[in-house]
Design a protein around this ligand. Structure first.
Ligand SMILES: NC(=O)c1ccc[n+]([C@@H]2O[C@H](COP(=O)([O-])OP(=O)(O)OC[C@H]3O[C@@H](n4cnc5c(N)ncnc54)[C@H](O)[C@@H]3O)[C@@H](O)[C@H]2O)c1
Length: 219
């Protein structure tokens, strides 16, 4: 059994992750850290093998470094912080993924492939209006992958924040006389859970750390 603690356990994603961990036959949920629950990450670290962090852009890095210094592996879904700060030999591993949904991983892969063949592209990302960061981590990751694949500049990103939305992204590519649109819609947070559980199972055995992006585990 993998002993898992969740940081941000009272949040929208954190609650879904707690339920997914409790439903996994090979995992045990040993702690829920969140200021709203009156539990700090330091309190759950001594019992944990892996921490899953879905908190806020201004707390995720400090949480992750606290885990790594304690020898606890960390899976980070929080977006909007500087992941380069996780580099170095910490004695424990980190996986950081801006999107744990398989459809979003495929959208990024297809967009990178299409960017090699079409002249220009722009990204439109649409999220609920309580999301703290803009542009989204998924859009920034998509733009970076497209630029690497095509050997050019990163496509511009447009951010929409409205009630009623969950998480959506369109990559629109244009060329002479044609456009191609690749779109992904997240309609429920359960879409992220298989990817989160995969990362929890794999983080302890990584050959290098941090691993950025769930696609690194799938390919
Ligand atoms: N990687 C993905 O697939 C994915 C998917 C959805 C959302 N996200 C990201 O996950 C993050 C959380 O999103 P959300 O919608 O659940 O937000 P949310 O506001 O509902 O939840 C965040 C929670 O973190 C708690 N928190 C704040 N500081 C903390 C700390 N120091 N220790 C522990 N908990 C702390 C808050 O009290 C809150 O309950 C955001 O950055 C969002 O962009 C990532």
């Amino acid at each position: 059994m993998i002993r898992v603690a969740v940081a941000g356990a009272a949040g929208r994603m954190g609650q879904a992750v707690c339920a997914a961990v409790e439903g996994a036959p090979d995992m045990e949920l040993i702690g829920r850290a969140d200021p709203l629950l009156g539990v700090t990450i330091e309190e759950v670290l001594p019992q944990a093998e892996v921490v899953v962090d879905f908190t806020t852009p201004d707390t995720a890095l400090a949480n992750a470094l606290a885990c790594l210094r304690a020898g606890v592996h960390v899976v980070i879904g929080t977006t909007g912080f500087d992941v380069t700060q996780l580099e170095g030999d910490h004695g424990a591993n980190a996986i950081v993924a801006p999107n744990f949904a398989i459809g979003a991983i495929l959208m990024m892969r297809f967009a990178a492939e299409a960017a090699k063949h079409m002249e220009k592209a722009e990204i439109v990302e649409l999220h609920h209006d309580r999301k703290l960061d803009a542009p989204s981590g998924t859009a920034k990751r998509t733009a970076a992958l497209m630029a690497t694949a095509a050997g050019g500049a990163e496509p511009p990103i447009h951010s929409v924040r409205l009630p009623g939305l969950v998480a959506h992204q369109e990559v629109i590519l244009g060329d002479v006389g044609q456009t191609l649109t690749i779109r992904h819609d997240t309609t429920g947070r359960e879409s992220f859970m298989p990817g989160v559980l995969l990362a929890v199972r794999r983080v302890g055995g990584l050959e290098h750390s941090p691993v950025i992006g769930l696609e690194s585990l799938l390919s």
